[in-house]
Design a protein around this ligand. Structure first.
Ligand code: ATP
Ligand code: MG
Length: 416
């Protein structure tokens, strides 16, 4: 990979660094922003590290709002013209309890020690526009070689904080990098330590990992690690589709992370509502994501619609986005349904183009019209459903007069 040796940082970062410099205090850009800028990608944010204690940083930036992001860990967020910039005091991690993040940290004035506590060599570089790159662990070479390698002994690093194993998969997936051999072996050997990590932290890394280009390869290569929080994936290899190349083909069509996870659960034979809920227990998903997963798995089990009418019916009940996602997932998981899904997709495009999707709510006749005609209670919903059916199968146009006449001809009681 081609990488640069120096890069410019945004003006506001220059200004913050200059303020530290004027005060005679060391401060650098560090971590993800250095990694990304070196490989020519514009960083989504700039994290800084400094020799200043948090209270010194706070005083230095007292003319700007400051948020105590993780004051115990030395992190302050300075809002510089509304842009949040995380500034963390150089630190050495103290004791780790239960293979999780350290209980205590000690501040230090050594940039080297601050870089040494970081997870991977490519994430352990610091940069100052005036002083250049500080790369104590050869992260630059690993960036060129495209490898994820732990800073220090991988066994020790994973034993300190087991989440780092999943982070290794996340960076490998997103950056399309290999995981260096010793780091990879240590993941397999320490996989069970991930049990100690909270569902929230696992979910956050898993979601990022699922978005990456290597997600399919990693999901199939690191089944031991994945099974710690998705135990049913142990059964997935029974499905021939849970195989690197096949999953890769499926993921090339299915790109949304929730849908990608739905594919994994589906291939693991998780289909019923109870089974889905049980398998997701270890993750901490918000309700919306949880429901979307359940929906996707149920949808995928249905055969594709066989006619334009069936496509419209599906659209009417599921909506456009969900129907589209279903057709993609079904077609990817069942190549034998590929042609039917493609045809349904064409029908869907046509329906959306001419006239749009008709639902109960968009019928040209509504509940009050039916009430006026003499319909009551449940009859109203039933009649709307019936009229919708007639419109979807093309017997009636979605026009008020025609629907009104039909409803009037079928009313049993005349209005009083
Ligand atoms: P992204 O672009 O996704 O934000 P990032 O590298 O900035 O990537 P973060 O999770 O934001 O990743 O972490 C910021 C930095 O903090 C990392 O680059 C790394 O140096 C360090 N870091 C984060 N989590 C850990 C961890 N669990 N163990 C050691 N170092 C970590
Ligand atoms: Mg970051």
């Amino acid at each position: 990979m081609q990488i640069t040796d120096s890069f410019s940082v945004p003006d506001y970062i220059e200004e913050i660094l200059a303020r530290f410099e004027d005060a005679g205090i060391a401060a650098f850009c560090v971590g993800g922003c250095v990694r990304d800028a070196l490989r020519g990608v514009v960083p989504h944010d700039f994290d800084l590290c400094t020799a200043a204690a948090p209270e010194v940083t706070r005083t230095l930036f007292s003319d700007h709002p400051c948020i105590d992001t993780g004051i115990r860990h030395g992190t302050l967020t300075v809002l510089w013209d509304h842009v949040p910039v995380e500034i963390t005091t150089y630190r050495v991690d103290g004791d780790y309890a239960g293979h999780r993040a350290p209980i205590q940290v000690q501040f230090t004035d050594s940039l080297f020690l601050d870089c040494q506590r970081r997870d991977f060599t490519i994430n352990a570089m610091a940069y100052h526009p005036k002083y250049g790159l500080y790369d104590f662990f050869d992260g630059r070479t690993d960036l060129i070689k495209q490898v994820i390698r732990c800073v220090g002994d991988p066994h020790m690093r994973f034993s300190e904080d087991a989440l780092r194993m999943l982070r290794a998969l996340r960076f490998s997936s997103v950056l399309d990098f290999d995981i260096e051999e010793k780091t990879a072996c240590a993941i397999h050997e320490n996989a069970l330590l991930l049990t100690e990590i909270s569902g929230e932290r696992i979910t956050a890394e898993l979601w990022k990992m699922l978005c990456g280009t290597r997600a399919s390869a990693l999901m199939t290569e690191y089944t031991d690690l994945i099974a710690v929080f998705l135990p049913m994936t142990k059964d997935a290899p029974a499905d021939a589709r849970f195989q690197k190349e096949t999953l890769h083909r499926i993921y090339s069509c299915v790109t949304d992370p929730t849908d990608r996870l739905a594919v994994i659960l589906y291939l693991s034979g998780v289909r019923t509502h109870e089974a889905i809920c049980a398998s997701l227990k270890r993750l901490k998903l918000d309700h919306k994501t949880h429901d979307k997963l359940v929906q996707r798995i149920h949808d995928t089990a249905q055969p594709p619609p066989g006619s334009r009418y069936e496509v419209h019916k599906m659209l009417s009940s599921m909506g456009e986005a969900r129907t589209k996602a279903y057709l993609i997932m079904r077609g990817a998981l069942y190549p034998e349904d590929g042609a039917a899904c493609q045809k349904a997709q064409n029908d869907l495009d046509e329906i959306c183009r001419d006239g749009g999707i008709v639902t109960k709510a968009s019928l040209a006749l509504n509940g009050s019209d039916l009430l006026h005609l003499g319909y009551h209670g449940k009859e109203i919903g039933d009649m709307l459903a019936f009229l919708l059916e007639l419109v979807l199968c093309g017997t009636l146009p979605n026009e008020r007069q025609e629907l009104y006449e039909k409803a009037a001809s079928l009313v049993t009681k005349k209005p009083e």
